[in-house]
Structures are given as C-alpha cells and as structure tokens.
Design a protein around this ligand. Structure first.
Ligand code: SAM
Ligand code: SF4
Length: 333
C-alpha cells in the first residue's frame, strides 16, 4: 500500500500496519521477566469495553492497519474473549488476526477461538523442563496443562502456530538446542527472544541478555540453517533447516540488533493508552478521547497526531541508558 494522507506515518516516515492490542493486564502467571510479585491491576472500569475496542480497531484499519495481534496480560482471562475475536474477525481490512498466550487456557479454548475466527497463535513456553518452567512462570502444576494446550492448538490447525521463548542467561540458555529439536519434531516455528528491560522487578541487566547472534551460532554448530528473506517490519529473523526438516527458528533481537528503522507497529493498552514505541515512556490517552463523545474522524485525527510523534526507538539508545520503561504485562509485548 502506498503512503497516503490517511495513513499512520510518523516523523521518520515509518508507516504503521500492525496493531498489538492488549485486552487485559491481569495474568494467572507471574513470569519473572514480566510481572512484579504483587502487581497493581488496572481497575476493571478502566479497561476498554469490547465495543470500544472494535470501534478503535475499525478506525485503525481505515488508517492502514492490516494485522492485529491480541495480547495481555493473559488475553484468555478476558471474559468471552471469543466474542471479541468474532467481532474483530468481521472488520474489513484485517488480513491477520492472531494471539499471544501463555497457553494455560488453550486446552479448553482452542476450538472456540478457532471457530470465532482467530488465525494464528503464539504460545509462550520458556522451558521444556517442568520444574524450571514453573519456577520461571511462578506457578506450580501448570506445565502439563500448557503442553496439552499446545497439542489442542495443533489439532485446531492454527496457522501460524509459533512458540516464543525468552532466553535468559544462566536460566534457560542451556535449552536452546532442545527447543530446536522441538521445532524439528513438531514442525513449529520456535522464536528465541532477547530478554528486554521490561520486567516488573527491576532484575533485568545486560549480562542476562543472550544475543541473537550467540543463539544462532550455537544452533549452527549442530544444524545447517538458511536465512529467510525478512519482510519490512518483521520483528524476527527466520531460518529454516537446509535438510528439509519442517519447522523453523526465529530470532528476535530487540536488544542487540533492533529493527527500529522499519518498525510498523502501534500498541494499545487494555486501558486505552496508545503506545507508539515500547522503549518510550510516552503514551497517549486514547480512551479519554473515545469517552468524550468524539466522532470517528476526531478519534482518527488524535491517533494520527499521536503516532506522528513516535520515538526513533531503542536503536537510538544502544549503549546508552536503557531504562526499564514499563513492565511487559501492562503493554503486551
Ligand atoms: N501472557 C501472554 C504470554 O505470555 O504469551 C501474552 C502477553 S506477554 C507480555 C507477550 C510476550 O512478551 C510473551 O511471549 C512473553 O514471553 C514476552 N515477554 C514478557 N516479558 C518479556 C521481557 N522482559 N523480554 C522479552 N519478552 C518478554
Ligand atoms: Fe503473564 Fe505473559 Fe507476563 Fe508471563 S509473560 S506474566 S504469562 S503476561
């Protein structure tokens, strides 16, 4: 699509095409790289209603948004989430509707979500060892259930179906090759994510980040990989196996080699704040505009003006002062 007057274009000429839509900040897990031990949840009345979410998404599609990823917190905790998916799936202009989930509720929800019109699922799975997994997510007795959820998602044939693994040095970096085996055996895409400074406990530090290049060179010591062409705006660099085994690997190098230059994302928090860049503490209070009886045109103009001010990104901060802007659960990744 060409750049046009009614498109979301920032002052660096970047055009937004993807929306990360957080529908809830609450979560049943307490992943140590994301959540404080005792989170302060957003008051329920502050969350955008489904009607408000659908309206904003519709307005965003008129401004060029084509792909929507539902996130949280844990999005499957939001009541009747399948109803929201059904409504979003009907919006003209959306060509991709997916969700990122911790997988705990997938066992019961996978088919419902599929039927409602959800296309892709990304399931976060940070260890293949029960004890370690449960230590990372801060909950016991959940590992088996998440694996069952993954099986159910496979049966329901979500496409794409991906696994996200946040790699932290000294914790799960010794499982990288096990995850590669999982990709090869299951045919799924496993994406390794560099640990970003968005934990709620202030435990992030540079030394805990395992760089993408280190991950790839470890994998290449055992498997031959071929790099796939990267589409502008993609967060991941993807690889497949040269021996033709299905499945693939993705590397998300948000810290060591961010793709700020062609970033095409915009985020909305569950309480209706517009977040043009994860690494900036600037947010724009979209909910107040929506709840002030503004017309669609006025809402669109507010979004266009806010997006114009989008920050250049973490790229400009490399080796400078990278601060912990906000815990990840409040914005959704
Ligand atoms: N609860 C869902 C989940 O865990 O998949 C969705 C929300 S979660 C905030 C979205 C993604 O962000 C997950 O894949 C999660 O692993 C990732 N994430 C959370 N904290 C992170 C951090 N500090 N650095 C990198 N990725 C992080
Ligand atoms: Fe919950 Fe997802 Fe954050 Fe883990 S990463 S605490 S599952 S929101």
């Amino acid at each position: 699509m060409k750049k046009g007057k009614n498109q979301l274009i920032d002052s660096f000429g970047r055009v937004a095409r993807k929306l990360r839509l957080s529908v809830i900040d609450r979560c049943n897990f307490r992943c140590n790289f994301c959540m404080p031990i005792t989170p302060a949840w957003m008051p329920r009345q502050e969350l955008l209603s489904y009607e408000e979410i659908v309206r904003v998404t519709r307005i965003l599609t008129s401004l060029g948004i084509e792909k929507v990823k539902i996130t949280g917190g844990e999005p499957l905790l939001r009541k009747d989430i399948d109803k929201l998916i059904e409504l979003l799936a009907q919006i003209r202009g959306i060509n991709s509707l997916s969700m990122t989930t911790n997988g705990y509720f997938l066992m019961d929800m996978a088919w419902k979500l599929k039927k409602a019109g959800l296309g892709g699922i990304t399931l976060s799975l940070h260890s293949l060892k029960e004890e370690k997994y449960e230590k990372i997510v801060g909950r016991s007795g959940v590992f088996e259930r998440v694996l069952k959820g993954l099986e159910e998602a496979k049966k329901a044939e979500f496409n794409p179906l991906k696994i996200n693994v946040v790699i932290t040095r000294g914790c799960n970096d010794n499982e990288i090759l096990d995850f590669v085996e999982l990709a090869r055996q299951s045919g799924l895409i496993v994406r390794f994510i560099e640990y970003m400074p968005f934990d709620g406990r202030n435990i992030w530090n540079k030394k805990l980040v395992v760089k993408g290049e280190e991950i790839i060179s470890l994998i290449k010591s055992k498997y031959e990989l071929v790099k796939e062409d990267r589409n502008a705006g993609d967060t991941a660099v993807n690889f497949r196996f040269t021996d033709g085994t299905p499945g693939g690997i993705g590397i998300i190098t948000s810290m060591s080699s961010p793709f700020c230059k062609d970033c095409d994302r915009i985020r909305i928090t569950a309480d209706g704040k517009l977040v043009p860049c994860l690494f900036s503490d600037k947010t724009y209070d979209l909910k107040s505009i929506i709840r002030s009886n503004a017309t669609d045109e006025e809402v669109a103009n507010y979004i266009l003006a806010s997006f114009k001010k989008k920050f250049r990104g973490v790229e400009t901060l490399v080796n400078k002062d990278i601060k912990n802007v906000r815990p990840m659960y409040t914005v959704g990744g």
